[in-house]
Design a protein around this ligand. Structure first.
Ligand code: ADP
Ligand code: MG
Length: 626
């Protein structure tokens, strides 16, 4: 018969400590709870190596009076219960007077603490349960608890610890839950010198949830607020469309403490039936407040699982609260199309822009043939239906534009033929033919607001701003050919200009002539306009010349800049306007040009020409793929 031995006190303490302190996160949890009980409004948790080598919790709570410090480290020492009242409540909240004793039994603990009504604080050290230092110290009000070398004296326990990263993640989870259950406290978490969490302590659950869950998830949250049958349910839940692939973002706080409750989870998920996708789980942060006696007290307080004495009542309250929130707070999802990341033109100086613009491909560019740029024989009257000039049959440039694209649609395949108008010597001609595979076929879906052409190409949908696109196409054409066809006006138009603008026009008459304008000095700060670029509406003559004058006046002596400005003005005026009605062929034609040329990314003013929405993103968005 083996002999019965009474365990030495130190061994007994170690065994007891093991029940309370399993890992760094247990210490952090207990210490934060102590800080909260001490009335702290700021709590900072700092850990190194997942908390195994170093944990520091600093609070601005009430502190521990000098005389009480050693007592706080004794088992069953607590300032929180004086007599055996309301034990149900006590066990629910986990006041057992064990945390500090257990922690100091299995690590090296250092404490700085000071109460507001003492002049000095206390510096206390206890290692493996043995007090090694107790001295007076100057320190701020509140408590700093430092725990080093966890399980240094119990290597067997040490073996059960996971990798630093996992221990650190568990600590993070503890701090995050505490932060959300106490939005009135500003929490900070520093992991290996890096701050990974910071809550504002403004008292709003939404703020704390934002810090913990991040912007993307927080933006999908809607508030919950209902009292039913004595059970209060408040918090945040996500819109059904934002449900996630896992339950990782589900938080239940029961009477202010993080718990796991199958009932709360089931009730919440039930409320999403038929509105969330199968296999997706709601994000929720729910605070359930119930009378203490309805919580099953037989569940160990250190464990987070809870049971209720009336599960059905809790289920009904949570279900209705969440259902109400979903019904009243959900709106139709919006597809967020991000701005292109590198909209360089918007941030470019004119000089930089000019350099980009002039670096367009030059090899195949035919020399401008001056003589035939200005036919000026018959005045060309253009009717007001001039918008999509690039499609008009009658528009035959005298000098080849870079390309003239026509589309031949055969069964299941679109052939884009690139022809160059044949009015200059054959040597200048380039005959290109590019065949798009069916995958690249451009399919017109339609047009939104008479402004945005919607097409499908390969695995993407494109939204094309037709004015910006056309403006860019024209500008590129002008730049490539250095030529703008001219039209003589039936009746010359007198345009009155002022000061600088007048002199800007007068000093650039030749330049303007190169780009389709025929302007004469009319004296008295006015000019006589005899011809304008062919693709412009003659009714716009005055505004075109004024605009050209304005931009020329702003520009100094750099000729290329002035040319660009004239071309911008012409391209902008000639381009189809948003709101104009365009035929399907015209839309498709424009789309083919835009998508077939990587240089057509931005309008000459730097606005984007097209947005792409990838099929993959849509499928992700609609939950067809993960
Ligand atoms: P319990 O929290 O169950 O009372 P603990 O071992 O966690 O037991 O703490 C023992 C006592 O030490 C507490 O009752 C409290 O008086 C004191 N204490 C611990 N941490 C703090 C703190 N951060 N601020 C003020 N007092 C504290
Ligand atoms: Mg405690």
């Amino acid at each position: 018969m083996p002999k019965i031995n009474v365990l030495p006190k130190s061994i007994a303490e170690l065994i007891a400590a093991g029940e309370v302190v399993e890992r760094p996160a247990s210490i952090v949890k207990e210490a934060i709870e102590n800080s909260i009980d001490a009335g702290a409004t700021h709590i900072t948790v700092e850990i190194q190596r997942g908390g195994i080598t170093y944990i520091r919790i600093t609070d601005n709570g009430c502190g521990i009076a000098t005389d009480d410090v050693p007592k706080a480290f004794l088992r069953h020492a607590t300032s929180k219960i004086e007599k055996a009242v309301d034990l149900d409540r006590i066990s629910t909240l986990g006041f057992r007077g064990e945390a500090l004793a257990a922690t100091s039994a299995v690590s090296r603990v250092e404490l700085f603490t000071k109460t507001a009504n003492e002049d000095f604080g206390t510096h206390y050290k206890i290692e493996g349960g043995e007090e090694i230092l107790n001295e007076e110290v100057g320190c701020p009000d509140g408590t700093t608890l430092i725990v080093r070398d966890l399980f240094y004296n119990t290597p067997a326990r040490m073996k059960f610890l996971k990798k630093d990263v996992s221990e650190g993640t568990t600590v993070s989870a503890i701090v995050e839950r505490q932060a959300m259950s106490h939005p009135e406290i500003a929490f900070k978490l520093i992991r290996d010198g890096k701050q990974t969490l910071s809550t504002s302590g403004d008292g709003k659950l939404a703020s704390a949830a934002y810090s913990v869950l991040g912007r993307e998830i927080s933006n999908t949250l809607i508030p919950v607020d209902l009292i039913l049958d004595g059970i209060k349910v408040t918090g945040l839940v996500c819109k059904p469309v934002s449900c996630r692939a896992s339950r990782a973002y589900q938080f239940t706080f029961l009477n202010g403490r993080y718990v796991q409750s199958g009932t709360v989870t089931a009730a919440t998920e039930q409320a999403y039936k038929n509105s969330a996708m199968v296999g997706k789980f709601p994000v929720f942060v729910l605070c359930v407040t119930v009378p203490y006696e309805t919580v099953d007290v037989n569940v160990h307080p250190a464990k987070t699982q809870v049971r209720f004495s009336d599960e059905k009542r809790v289920f009904t309250a949570v279900y209705n609260a969440v259902k109400n929130a979903i019904i009243s707070g959900d709106t139709r999802p919006e597809i967020v199309v991000n701005q292109p990341k590198t909209n360089t033109f918007l941030h470019m100086t004119t000089e930089q822009y000019r350099q980009t613009a002039v670096s367009l491909p030059t090899q195949e560019r035919p020399e401008p043939v001056k003589e035939i740029t200005k036919p000026k024989t018959e005045p060309v009257r253009l009717n007001s239906d001039k918008a999509p000039f690039f499609l008009r049959e009658e528009f035959k440039p005298n000098v080849p534009l870079k390309k003239d694209v026509s589309i031949v649609v055969e069964e299941n395949k679109t052939t884009v033929e690139t022809k160059v108008e044949n009015t200059v010597p054959q040597t200048a001609l380039v005959q290109e033919e590019k065949e798009y595979s069916p995958k690249e076929e451009i399919k017109l879906i339609g047009e939104a607001f008479n402004t945005y052409i919607v097409v499908q190409k390969g695995d993407s949908i494109f939204l094309i701003d037709k004015h910006a696109a056309h403006e860019r196409i024209l500008f590129n054409q002008f730049k490539a050919t250095h030529t703008v066809e001219s039209q003589s006006l039936l009746m010359p138009v007198t345009v009155k200009l002022i000061g600088d603008e007048y002199s800007a026009i007068i000093s650039n008459l030749h330049l303007l002539e190169d780009y389709g304008f025929e302007i004469e000095d009319f004296g008295n700060e006015s000019v006589l306009v005899r011809a304008i670029p062919a693709m412009l509406d003659d009714e716009d003559t005055e505004s075109i010349v004024t605009e050209a004058a304005e931009s020329l006046a702003r520009k100094g002596s750099v000729q290329l800049e002035r040319i660009d400005d004239i071309l911008h003005t012409v391209a902008c005026k000639a381009a189809i306007k948003a709101g104009y009605i365009t035929s399907d062929t015209e839309k498709l034609n424009l789309a083919v040009k835009v998508l077939g040329d990587n240089d057509i990314m931005y309008c000459p003013h730097g606005r984007p020409v097209a947005f792409e929405i990838k099929k993959y993103n849509l499928e992700k968005y609609f939950g067809r793929i993960q």
